[in-house]
Ligand binder design. Structure first.
Ligand SMILES: C[C@@](CO)(OP(=O)(O)O)[C@H](O)COP(=O)(O)OP(=O)(O)OC[C@H]1O[C@@H](n2ccc(N)nc2=O)[C@H](O)[C@@H]1O
Ligand SMILES: Nc1ncnc2c1ncn2[C@@H]1O[C@H](COP(=O)(O)OP(=O)(O)O)[C@@H](O)[C@H]1O
Length: 295
């Protein structure tokens, strides 16, 4: 029998590069927010000790698939013979800065922690997650988070209720290439975050990406321009709708803006030209699996 589990996307509400470690990895400060747009991970338990991926993921061989690697990592802690067949329904674009692959992997860790009765505490699962990628621990953490280090030092923060317009430019941005760019600024002054306010900060990776990927620049410009128009119109009514700045998430390619109401978000999305794609999603305060699968 197969079980279905959600793997929600994330947005980096801001992302500052504050330094670089000796091994070349970058030190960041970011607020991660989960949204209700998700891949679905189907897991069918096996008792032959094998981890098998069913179906194809273009450009990702089975042994590189983060879901397969996640299951194999957890297997070291599982009873003998524990195995699983994994099937993915991908909704989230790859290389989009929405963390889809990382979230798929975190969902596998969380779900198998319960299904295989491994019962690792959340902190231990987060450490395993970090071996798979800098972005994986936050999905195991499962709440809106202020992240530091390379993304492994996580503290809960609260963010106001928000709906997001997310545009998905038809390009994949390789994270490693953007971090390696000579023009990337790596010296944002570290923030002491007492409270997070919508619209604060910026994404330091954004100037690098928009200079190299015209499609990302085009989507960002459209969103900024459309928000400006909508804002002027709403200013005539009272009370004022709240509009966030158009910004890129992670290392791109997706761009987003936040809105206080679903209506405002849908109105902006309704103006999207046929040459662009996007969706509206609601900010989540908790990962849907946060309470079921680890303590
Ligand atoms: C930029 C962010 C922001 O949330 O997200 P995405 O845009 O990828 O979703 C993350 O830091 C990405 O995390 P993730 O996608 O897991 O990256 P990893 O697989 O660990 O790293 C890919 C490559 O990016 C570089 N890298 C990554 C993270 C980091 N803090 N410093 C780096 O220099 C390294 O060269 C690394 O080899
Ligand atoms: N299960 C998976 N789903 C998506 N991407 C995966 C997966 N396993 C490995 N990858 C690799 O990870 C890369 C980054 O994917 P993803 O996390 O979706 O985007 P991003 O890191 O930009 O948010 C992909 O381009 C792909 O090569």
């Amino acid at each position: 029998m197969s079980h279905a589990y959600p793997a929600p996307a994330k947005l980096n509400l801001f992302l500052h590069v504050v330094g670089r470690r000796a091994d070349g990895y970058h030190l960041l400060q970011s607020v991660f927010r989960l949204i209700d747009r998700a891949d679905t991970v189907h897991l069918a338990l096996r008792d032959d000790g094998r981890v098998v991926r069913e179906g194809d993921l273009p450009g990702v061989p089975e042994d590189h698939d983060l879901t397969v690697r996640a299951a194999r990592l957890l297997q070291a802690h599982a009873p003998r013979g524990a195995g699983v067949s994994i099937r993915l329904d991908k909704v989230l674009p790859m290389g989009g800065g929405l963390g889809g692959g990382s979230s798929d992997a975190a969902t596998v860790l969380l779900a198998l922690n319960r299904l295989w009765q491994v019962n690792l505490p959340r902190a231990a699962l987060q450490q395993l997650a970090l071996q798979l990628g800098a972005d994986v621990p936050v999905f195991v953490f499962g709440q809106t988070a202020f992240a530091e280090g390379v993304g492994e030092i996580l503290r809960p923060v609260s963010a106001p209720p928000a709906w997001y317009v997310v545009l998905t430019p038809p390009v994949q941005v390789p994270t490693a290439v953007i971090f390696a760019a000579p023009e990337l600024t790596r010296n944002s002054p570290p923030l002491k975050i007492a409270r997070f306010s919508a619209g604060m900060g910026r994404n330091d990776l954004q100037p690098v990406v928009i200079s190299r990927y015209p499609e990302v620049a085009r989507h960002l410009e459209w969103l900024a321009h459309t928000i400006q128009h909508a804002q002027q119109r709403v200013a005539d009514r009272s009370p004022l709708g709240q509009f966030g700045e158009a910004r890129m998430t992670g290392s791109g390619a997706c761009v987003f803006a936040s809105f206080a109401t679903e209506n405002d978000a849908r109105e902006v999305l309704s103006r999207l030209p046929e040459t662009m794609q996007g969706f509206v999603a609601q900010g989540l305060d908790r990962h849907p699996l946060v309470d079921c699968c680890a303590e």
